[in-house]
Write a protein that binds this ligand. Structure first.
Ligand code: 73E
Length: 836
């Protein structure tokens, strides 16, 4: 070699600098290079989409530098890493976020403008990568941003689905699902890693053998599928550090099964190949409910096995003593979906690394931890013993063993308490024995966390009560958070600039605690006027979008009232639309003069229903049907508009949230674990109407109950009320609500017979979600909203106070808490090459 390694690295860095300069020419050169040489497009005519792709490639080049250096540094310093295992990452578009994080938005905007392209238009060319259902997947994405920003060595691991969450199209008021093949135009952000592949086994059998007097087992036979890695760089805000998101795609083990080929069974060999690829083809579109299909379990194991192997390989590069593993790796399970990773890890330690049970268990237990996101019974995962034994025979044996040792401990501590043993067992007995994945996760983890204070208290006292008694320090709280980079700075750039102007620097974007100084401006007239103007501009932008998408004109001077989230009975979009109908009927009773005095409202509801969730789909139909009547009623005009916003997704949220003035978080108390959009709305100056549920409780503690519209039964009252309702002891339905039901049933909104069975159940007291019970206090809260909105000074003050008191809900705070009390990892800022 002519150069020593370091000299060589320096020389190459200098060469790279000639390519990666931050001046206009360098940026332009790299973009045009990609137009001609990566995309092979002609410079005489490339579309906005072509320009978007080339720009993304040029940005990826930059990211790769810091990404490579970061990983190199972490490896040579043998640092502890966090691994966030999640079946879902709801990333949203990457270009704007990336430019902001690497502080190059201005440079790119100017460079592009100079060659005739508008950066904002390019943002809209990007497909929204939607590899998640809702809050759980979006939380994972916010965590990635905060981990990188806080310079924590961390990798996300997940699945590279060919099809993300379906696109929602509304036909005749009904939801239709259209596949989302998000990769059709290529994905310029990812790097394929053909060299990072692992064989993954399914089915087969276990073989027992003896080795040095010890009985050992080996898993054999079955089918092999390959897992191939795809990496997406995750840059932090205002740091050179760049983390990684590694997603796995399934591939056949070999192109052709030559044996069947030679036997003349060509078609079945191709079928095998397709079966392998099928594993990572589609994201299951259920939020907060389990789909117990074999393919889902296959996805889970496939991704967990590849991930665990990858983590172990990285560990072994620098370490030889297994006892050090927990000092080098912390694996976080995002709900129970990746639970099988724990068993796979144990299997590798015992069967392949030949550790004894005690050692292996200790290593597993000190490195794994688990987040619970829901108490809804239909979402708590169980898998039948039969299915696991068939698909993963060795894992089933290990689960039985884990359970056996645990049951021995319980029997020792509580002799004769069979009820307790039954409750705590991983196995639910019965004709069709089930594995309770949450129990498995709790046992395998040193820490378990809930996602908001109320939720954590609930899991400690209800679903995990016995575990909390037995492991009193295990279950703790980590209130969710959201990244202010995407949810203020990118989504609401004008608000971001105003905050920066008021605080006289932009550091709040990376340290949200600083935003509290905004409180000083809550009554500053000049500031408040700017605040109002920004909201108005955001509303105009949304109104234009609604016009473009739905052809409906919505007034800008109305109160924008928004509920956007997955459609679920517990989230009570039904209560929202019932109230809207009540409002409509009340308006119809009024004289034109009276109507003029009513606060005009635009009610927007958006969200996807799981394709098999009949009642949720019925609610969507009702909202659309109500919109059809109300929006075309000449008596009503602009005083009330009802919009079902189709295909709600991350990029839609980025337009909707900054334009909202009131947002609804109205789940039945105790049912929404946390909610995270509530936090985003507050950060964008929107007021909340909500129940004392999930993180709403903490939001009310921070911003003050007076600055929110809180209503409804409290969590400790819910069980009794429900019991009363179902026992037929319910109060008669109030007059207002009865009138609403009558209007629906008599066809005021056309044929909405799909919702009739739900309405009839409510009238019969079969009201599991307490819609009828909470309706009156909801109406009261809504009246208070109107009264407050009339006092614009007060409203704006509440809005500004909300933003200035939202710091707790930054995911940076959440991640710091995970780092300190669960992962025990340090912040590792890496030096930029020019420093070294
Ligand atoms: O309250 C939200 C919470 O904010 C909760 O419903 C959601 O997780 C968010 C982030 O913590 C959630 N999603 C799921 N469980 N909880 C879930 C369950 C099964 C499949 C997909 C998602």
């Amino acid at each position: 070699f002519i150069y020593h390694n370091e000299d060589k690295a320096k020389k190459i860095w200098e060469l790279m600098q000639t390519y990666q300069g931050v001046d206009q020419k360098s940026i332009q050169r790299s973009i045009v290079n990609h137009v001609e040489y990566t995309l092979a497009m002609t410079r005489f005519n490339f579309s906005d989409f072509g320009c978007y792709q080339a720009t993304a490639f040029s940005m990826r080049d930059r990211l790769l530098e810091s990404w490579n250096d970061t990983n190199q540094y972490f490896t040579t310093h043998n640092v502890k890493r966090v691994y966030y295992l999640s079946l879902e990452f709801l990333l949203g578009r990457l270009m704007q976020n990336t430019l902001n994080n690497i502080n190059m938005e201005k440079n790119y905007r100017e460079a592009l403008l100079d060659i005739g392209y508008d950066l904002e238009r390019l943002y809209d060319e990007e497909v929204d990568p939607a590899l998640g259902n809702g809050g759980l997947g979006r939380l994972a994405a916010c965590f990635l941003d905060s981990l990188a920003t806080l310079e924590v060595p961390a990798w996300g691991y997940g699945i590279r689905y060919d099809y993300g969450i379906f696109k929602q199209v509304i036909r005749d008021g009904y939801q239709c699902e259209v596949p989302d093949f998000w990769l059709s135009g290529g994905n310029p952000w990812e790097i394929e890693r053909p060299e990072v592949v692992y064989p993954i086994r399914f089915y087969g059998y276990t073989e027992k053998y003896e080795e040095n007097g010890v009985e050992r087992a080996q898993w054999k036979g079955g089918e092999i599928v390959m897992a191939k890695a795809y990496d997406t760089p995750v840059p932090g805000y205002n740091t050179f550090n760049c983390n990684n998101l590694r997603l796995w795609k399934s591939l056949p083990a070999q192109e052709f099964d030559f044996q069947s080929f030679n036997k003349g069974d060509y078609l079945s060999s191709v079928e095998m190949k397709q079966r392998a690829e099928y594993i990572t083809s589609v994201l299951y579109p259920n939020d907060n409910s389990q789909e117990g299909k074999e393919l889902r379990l296959k996805q889970q194991y496939f991704f967990c096995s590849a991930t665990v192997r990858d983590v172990i390989r990285r560990f072994k590069k620098n370490n030889s003593d297994w006892k050090d593993f927990p000092k080098k790796a912390a694996l976080q399970l995002n709900d129970t979906h990746p639970a099988i990773a724990a068993v796979e890890f144990l299997r590798i330690l015992i069967d392949e690394e030949k550790l004894d049970w005690g050692e292996a268990w200790k290593i597993l237990h000190s490195s794994f931890s688990y987040t619970n996101h829901t108490v809804l019974p239909e979402a708590l995962e169980t898998w039948s013993v039969g299915l696991i034994s068939h698909l993963l025979p060795r894992h089933m044996e290990l689960i039985f063993l884990i359970n056996h040792y645990f049951m021995e401990d319980i029997a020792k501590k509580y002799p004769g308490d069979y009820q307790r043993m039954e409750e705590m067992s991983i196995i639910a007995e019965g004709d069709d024995k089930q594995v309770r994945m949450a129990n498995l996760c709790i046992l395998c983890s040193h820490k378990v966390n809930g996602v908001a204070e109320l939720h954590t208290k609930l899991i400690q006292e209800t679903i995990f009560k016995r575990f909390h008694e037995y492991f009193p320090n295990k279950i703790e709280n980590k209130t969710n958070g959201v990244t202010p980079r995407r949810w203020i700075h990118c989504a609401n750039p004008k608000l971001s600039d105003l905050i920066t102007e008021a605080l006289e620097d932009s550091e709040w974007i990376g340290e949200l605690e600083r935003i509290e100084y905004l409180e000083n401006f809550a009554e500053d007239e000049e500031f408040v006027q700017k605040w109002i103007d920004i909201k108005k501009q955001n509303k105009e932008k949304l109104a234009a979008k609604v016009k473009e998408v739905l052809g409906i004109k919505i007034p800008v001077n109305a109160l924008y009232d928004v509920q956007i989230k997955r459609i679920h009975e517990y989230k009570r979009q039904l209560m929202n639309i019932l109230y809207v109908i009540h409002r409509y009927l009340t308006l119809k009773d009024m004289t034109p003069g009276e109507r003029e005095k009513v606060v005009p409202r635009v009610v927007i509801i958006g969200g996807k229903a799981a394709p098999g969730y009949h009642n949720a789909k019925a609610i969507i139909k009702l909202v659309n049907a109500v919109g059809d009547i109300v929006n075309n009623d000449k008596d009503i005009g602009d005083i009330l508009k009802v919009i079902f916003y189709p295909n709600y997704c991350v990029s839609a949220a980025q337009t909707l949230i900054p334009a909202s003035e009131l947002s609804q978080h109205i789940s039945t108390a105790g049912m929404e674990a946390s909610g995270t959009s509530n936090m985003k709305f507050v950060m964008n100056g929107c007021l909340i109407i909500g129940t004392m549920d999930g993180a709403n409780v903490e939001i009310s503690e921070e911003v003050g109950e007076d600055n929110m519209f809180i209503f409804g039964a409290r969590v400790h009252e819910v069980d009794d009320i429900r019991h009363r309702l179902f026992a037929g002891e319910h109060n008669p339905i109030g007059k207002r609500l009865q009138r609403v039901f009558d209007a629906i049933l008599s066809g005021t909104f056309g044929d909405v017979s799909i919702i009739h069975p739900i309405i009839h159940s409510l009238m019969d007291g079969k009201d599991y979600y307490l819609v009828t019970e909470d309706f009156d206090s909801y109406v009261k809260a809504q009246n208070k909203v109107d009264d407050t909105y009339r006092d614009q000074k007060k409203w704006n003050m509440m809005s500004i106070l909300g933003v200035s008191r939202s710091a707790k809900f930054s995911s940076d705070r959440t991640i710091e808490e995970y780092c300190d009390s669960i992962w025990k990892v340090d912040r590792i800022p890496i030096p930029t090459p020019s420093d070294s």
